[in-house]
Design a protein around this ligand. Structure first.
Ligand code: IFM
Length: 681
């Protein structure tokens, strides 16, 4: 294997580099922007609402803004010959910019050991003798989607810092220290903290400098001493090695496979920060798209990844759901139900942030009524399933005693209040949205009904296995084990028909039988919201029944897995990046390795090739895709390697596609680290 696969190199610049060369440490994200252009410094877990716009995560002031002048003339980075190089394992970005006047080199990283610090080390080598001027700034206008978020700013030149107070009264402060230059002149100009340096440079002379920036929220305390780049670097690199060395498997095979493998490992490694209890936003640390909120992506896609590679992060994702139970209780009340109805778009407090008009019409700019917030009820069962997966994978039952049982009991109360008992004596879930969001307000969505039944069955047996009495755990809410079991046994579960196909929801077969390619012709603009057109048809946004089968393959016969994969694939638009993950896992399980490999590449390389939709109607949805990236590892692990939990260990039944020659994966099972190697025969 070539060592260069651990690096991502590109020449030139386009706007997509902001995402391609994104740095992160779970708490912060920093875009791969040019030093003299708007940079993005994103914060996870702190939100703000400006007027009646959507509440979204806060962006911070960019402390690495640098303007270069030579002999009095600005030399812009966009005019330079540029080379970029991202070291995946170290999460260190190097930028080289060359003009006729000189060569600039910058190396930057967001610290993994102290998650509030950003470092940069630079040098300028003059190609001519002349006067070099450098202006360092803390940029005061972060580019927001639904801002502005700061109602007041306080700038200081000593130390260089900028503090903003948000609409909601949160304080965010970014400070900058510059080392290595004599005669720096700090000042504040029109509210921007800056520092100027000027000097004569001879041809061949090199000017060195370093910057350390700190981003603090509210009463977080600043570091007491200046940390040099060198010290910061080695702390960061050793922390990366300790925590994330495990994320990078050793592999051999075709380049697209290896590129996807390492790019996705890198992007997953910049998301975890279990020192804080927060979930991972659907767009990771890449900013405000989807309001910086967490979705079911965390439990159904990312959690299984972290269970294998960093169980502490998986635990943190679940602690976040325990912490946000009050928000889920409020949401249920708001919509007239009991118990816990978790938010479809969840921020730090678990309050539902998904708007009832969550998509806008591209042409008119008007909101389109969507039913994700009030009808995507599977989210609560997804969370119950995640508690079960955590226990089964780690063997750690401590979460049950730390609030998980309350979550499970309240979610049960929610479903009991939502269900409709019909003449057949069964409980039906009517008027819901399943994973395929193009079909809203449908009855008995198969994924939803099965997920509720299976997640509870699994978690009840986990509670038993952990030695907890179910009656004891639920009695405070007046719920008995008999009652739960009776409810579960009477949930309507749509059975496979004679062809083995499970109807996605009741009445699916009556919808217009048309394929996505044909439907696409009805769109006025390729970025139109598909839901408008797909609803009366069989066209699916993403895996739905297929998701159910990929999550619970052992519960269905092989013929059913195969029949549904083949039936639903042609109808699926893959309008969500989540879709290929579930199709990929299932394809591998039914022996279609080559098709699975296609789904694998679509998932693993999505950020590398700038895949995925950039707009849904008038709403920007671009950014990083952690559910898809983590899911690609699940296609590999559960699909190609055929991993299955057997008692205390994971057993493998590998079937590698021809593009993968060999692979050595690391993983956790029951709290212990393991390694397994596979070679294609
Ligand atoms: O959670 C997903 C949803 O299933 C499809 N739209 C995007 C969301 C965030 O990734």
């Amino acid at each position: 294997m070539e060592r260069s696969l651990f690096k991502l190199s590109r020449e030139g610049y386009d706007d997509s580099y902001r995402e391609l060369f994104l740095l992160g440490n779970g708490h912060l994200g920093y875009e791969g922007s040019l030093p003299d252009e708007d940079g993005g410094f994103h914060l996870v877990g702190v939100y703000d609402q400006c007027g009646d716009k959507w509440r979204e995560s806060l962006n911070l002031f960019d402390p690495l803004r640098l303007r270069v002048r030579f002999d009095g003339r600005e030399i812009a980075f966009s005019k330079a010959r540029l080379s970029w190089n991202l070291d995946y394992r170290r999460a260190v970005l190097r930028l080289r910019a060359e003009w006729k006047e000189g060569v600039y080199f910058e190396e930057r990283f967001l610290s993994s050991s102290v998650d509030t610090l950003l470092f940069a080390k630079s040098r300028f080598r003059a190609k001519k003798t002349g006067r070099l001027s450098l202006r360092f700034e803390i940029e005061k206008d972060p580019h927001d989607i639904n801002g502005p978020h700061y109602v007041s700013l306080a700038a200081s030149s000593s130390p260089l810092s900028l503090e903003g107070t948000s609409n909601e009264g949160r304080k965010a402060k970014v400070s900058l220290k510059i080392a290595g230059l004599q005669g720096l002149k700090p000042s504040v100009s029109e509210g921007t903290p800056l520092a100027d340096w000027e000097g004569e440079v001879k041809r061949g002379e090199i000017v060195f400098f370093e910057r350390a920036a700190e981003a603090l929220v509210d009463d977080e305390r600043p570091m007491e001493r200046f940390i040099s780049y060198e010290d910061g670097y080695w702390d960061h690199v050793s922390e990366r090695k300790r925590r994330f060395g495990f994320f990078f498997p050793k592999a051999d095979g075709e380049s697209p496979f290896l590129e996807g493998l390492y790019d996705s490992a890198y992007r997953m490694s910049v998301l975890s920060d279990y020192s804080r209890i927060a979930s991972i936003p659907a767009r990771g640390v890449s900013g405000q798209v989807y309001k910086g909120a967490a979705f079911w992506d965390s439990e159904m896609f990312m959690l299984p990844y972290f269970l294998l590679l960093e169980p502490d992060e998986a635990r943190s994702l679940l602690l976040y759901r325990i912490k946000t139970l009050p928000g889920a209780l409020k949401k249920a009340e708001r919509f007239g139900y009991q118990g816990a109805f978790y938010a479809w778009e969840s921020q730090e407090d678990g309050v539902e942030r998904c708007s009832l008009y969550n998509v806008t019409d591209r042409k008119t700019g008007k909101g389109i009524r969507t039913y994700f917030a009030d009808k995507a009820i599977h989210i609560s069962a997804d969370i119950v399933k995640a508690f079960s997966s955590y226990y089964r994978s780690t063997g750690d039952s401590s979460l049950f005693g730390q609030g998980a049982v309350d979550v499970i009991a309240e979610v049960f109360r929610f479903y009991r209040s939502y269900a409709s008992e019909k003449e057949d004596g069964l409980f039906h879930f009517l008027d819901v949205v399943g994973p395929d969001e193009y079909h809203e307000r449908v009855d008995d969505n198969a994924f939803t009904n099965y997920q509720i039944a299976f997640a509870f069955e699994d978690v009840l047996s986990d509670l038993k296995a952990a030695g907890l009495s179910i009656d004891g755990a639920f009695s405070a809410r007046g719920i008995s084990e008999r009652e739960i079991r009776d409810f579960l046994s009477r949930i309507y579960l749509p059975k496979p028909d004679e062809r083995g196909i499970i109807e996605q929801f009741s009445g699916f077969y009556e919808r217009e039988d048309i394929l996505p390619k044909e439907l696409a012709k009805r769109l006025e603009d390729p970025d139109d919201y598909w839901g408008k057109y797909a609803a009366p048809t069989r066209v699916n946004k993403q895996a739905d029944v297929v998701a159910l089968l990929a999550i619970y393959p052992e519960r269905f016969p092989f013929e059913v897995l195969k029949a549904n994969y083949e039936f639903y694939l042609p109808y699926t638009e893959h309008g969500s990046s989540l879709s290929h993950v579930m199709f990929g896992i299932l394809a591998a399980l039914i022996g279609k390795e080559e098709e699975a490999y296609g789904h694998y590449l679509s998932s693993a390389r999505i950020d590398l090739v700038g895949g995925g939709k950039r707009f849904a109607g008038g709403i920007k949805i671009a950014g990083s895709h952690p559910a898809s990236l983590s899911g690609s590892f699940l296609i590999l692990f559960n699909g190609f390697l055929g991993a299955r939990m057997e008692g205390e260990r994971i057993a493998f039944f590998p079937r590698l596609p021809k593009e993968i020659a060999s692979i050595r994966v690391n993983y956790y099972a029951k709290g212990k680290r393991h390694r397994a190697s596979f070679e294609r025969k």
